[in-house]
Ligand binder design. Structure first.
Ligand code: SF4
Length: 234
């Protein structure tokens, strides 16, 4: 008997493997890389702009915090995962809005207006685990922005600090992947219940319209529910 795997099931398998990979990533290696990179913020604020970072993806805990500060500063994260046959998009989370000049909505005179409550990813930057496999199928380390283009590098990082950053990286990456997995599980349920299906051709067509300035409908998964939004390219 041939078992047919749906695109969503395929995605769930990939994510579950990625979660294992992140959890298995050797702590010692991660600590060494953090110490070697030795990043220190020099308040240039470049990492808070689109020039260096495409968008600030928010985990659910971030969204709850930001909703209390300024709920209208949230928008559906870009790179929507699915599109149904009616041309409505679905995405696994929110991102922070940006101003016309491409800087984060919370950036004010090169300072973060919500520094103590900033999103988890802003606390960890530029330390990230790259989730795309290399030629041997292993997840690899990367920094989001090129060294030397912002901030200071090769500064002294203590053992305790590198351990703490390494733990936070693993926690963030796992949290992110679990959020995406939850999105695919809920989407599968929602699509079945409402006789919907993902169609790549419709996705591409609607994305072309969006890129030309047309408004689209995007459902964002938040707290187990799909929340409807209208979105327009900035
Ligand atoms: S929330 Fe703060 S730290 Fe994060 S990108 Fe915006 S201004 Fe920068």
């Amino acid at each position: 008997m041939i078992t047919v795997t749906s695109p969503i099931e395929k995605q769930l398998k990939i994510i579950s493997k990625e979660i294992e990979d992140v959890q298995d990533y050797p702590m010692g290696k991660l600590r060494d890389i953090i110490k070697e990179v030795g990043f220190e913020c020099d308040f240039c604020a470049r990492c808070c702009t689109r020039e260096f970072n495409d968008h600030v993806f928010l985990l659910t805990a971030d969204v709850i915090r930001i909703q209390e500060i300024a709920s209208d500063y949230l928008e559906p994260a870009p790179y929507y995962e699915l599109c149904d046959q009616h041309g409505r998009f679905y995405v696994s989370g929110y991102a922070l809005k940006v101003k016309e000049d491409g800087s984060c909505i919370f950036l004010n005179e090169r300072r973060c207006a919500i520094y103590e409550q900033r999103p988890i990813i802003c606390r960890l930057y530029p330390y990230m685990l790259h989730r795309e496999p290399d030629e041997d199928g292993n997840i690899d380390w990367r920094q989001i922005a090129g060294p030397g283009q912002h901030g200071c590098y090769h500064t002294e990082i203590s053992d305790e600090e590198s351990e703490d950053i390494a733990l936070q990286i693993k926690s963030y990456e796992t949290g992110y992947l679990k959020q995406v997995a939850e999105f695919f599980r809920k989407a599968e349920e929602y699509f079945k219940k409402n006789s919907l299906r993902h169609i790549q051709g419709v996705y591409d067509r609607e994305m072309r319209k969006f890129n030309k300035g047309e408004e689209i409908t995007v459902f964002v998964l938040f707290n187990g529910e799909f929340i409807e939004h209208r979105a327009k390219k900035q």
